[in-house]
Write a protein that binds this ligand. Structure first.
Ligand code: KG4
Length: 340
């Protein structure tokens, strides 16, 4: 079979990313992040779309150059269709469709969440074969999602449970914001937590049945506790930030792992992966290694570069869809929320 060259584009939130793959091997993965949002403590959708507009051409150009691939060699163009911010998605979707049309190659629409899960199949060389066998469980934790997914095949995934309110990353970011620590909070909390005592403070844990998650109660508990402590000591955060970060991280990791243990027990599946921005978290990674030792799980933890939004994961998903000839047409719209 001829080699397949896929250009993939990701623009669902605040990272403009393009990747080139030769079959399932990654040749390049270029991402332009948007510092403009830091001053606002969160992503400003209109500013994100404008930055994507500025970044998309140079990012795609760089990805092709680094891969050493001419656009005329491309077999197909894959792009994130959703979920995400509509204005951001539209930049990548329109660009990808226009380029695919002009080159006369198929277009492949990719669900961003499916991309996060399939990031585990990205190979950096031909001999790179440590990929999960089906079926496996995947904990998908990001700024917008917290889900436990049973992955039966590339194109057969079942959501066993998900958050009924906030996502884990969103809770971390909001707690970091109320502590005045900056945005995004995830990496800041992670760094501080390494120096703190995870048992120093207790925060509310949800009592939800089944595999679903909830993080809004924790967020409120954190906020109210902090408000009370600040009444006693105006510099409470400054004096206790490492312990606050460590306790918050531990609470979130405990909540995530408890439901995952339940899912592993009840499905009998012992291959367990983690994906999404929060999978960069040290405490969560340690908990995965600990569960591997204690429960005999085979765990799959992505490289840091594939945890946050990136086009490589869109490219690998595009490659699998290319093999199934699962293409989309020019009228495939972007979607902000999950379609089903
Ligand atoms: O998957 P992702 O890049 O995209 C969105 O869903 O937007 O995830 C971003 C989330 C943010 O909430 C960020 O704070 C969190 O991932 N994050 C982390 C860490 N690095 C990023 N959370 C905890 N620890 C980290 N090291």
């Amino acid at each position: 079979m001829n080699d397949v060259y896929i250009l993939a584009i990701e623009s669902s939130c605040d990272d403009t990313s393009a990747a080139v793959l030769k079959n399932d091997v990654l040749l390049s993965n270029v991402t332009a992040s948007q510092a403009v949002h830091e001053a606002y403590g969160g992503v400003v959708p209109e500013l994100a779309s404008r930055a994507h507009q500025q970044n998309i051409v140079p990012v795609v150009d760089q990805a092709l150059k680094r891969a050493g691939v001419e656009k005329e060699q491309l077999s197909a163009i894959a792009f994130t269709r959703g979920p995400g911010l509509m204005g951001s998605l539209l930049v990548g979707v329109s660009f990808a469709k226009g380029l695919a049309r002009s080159l006369g190659v198929p277009m492949i629409d990719v669900n961003h969440l499916q991309g996060h899960v399939l990031a585990h199949f990205i190979k950096e060389s031909d001999g790179d074969n440590d990929v999960p066998e089906f079926p496996f469980l995947c904990l998908l934790v990001s700024g917008g999602n917290s889900q436990i997914i049973q992955v039966n095949a590339y194109n057969d995934m079942k959501i066993l449970g998900q958050t009924i309110d906030d996502a884990a990353g969103e809770a971390i970011d909001k707690c970091s914001k109320v502590m005045g620590l900056g945005y995004p909070g995830g990496p800041i909390i992670d760094k501080l937590a390494r120096q703190g005592n995870p048992e120093a403070f207790q925060f509310a844990k949800p009592q939800i049945k089944g595999y679903d998650y909830s993080f809004s109660g924790l967020k409120t508990s954190f906020l109210y506790s902090l408000r009370d402590w600040l009444k006693e000591d105006a510099d409470f955060v400054e004096h206790h930030k490492a312990d606050l970060a460590a306790s918050l991280e531990k609470t979130i990791v405990d909540i995530l792992m408890k439901k995952l243990r339940l899912a592993a027990k009840e499905t009998g599946i012992r291959r367990v992966a983690v994906a999404g921005g929060v999978s960069a978290n040290t405490g969560l990674r340690n908990a995965f290694h600990d569960h591997a030792r204690r429960y005999g799980w085979k765990v799959f933890i992505p490289k840091f570069s594939y945890t946050t939004d990136n086009a490589a994961m869109i490219g690998i998903t595009g490659y699998f869809k290319y093999q199934d000839k699962d293409f989309c047409t020019i009228d495939a719209p972007a979607f902000a929320r999950m379609e089903n």
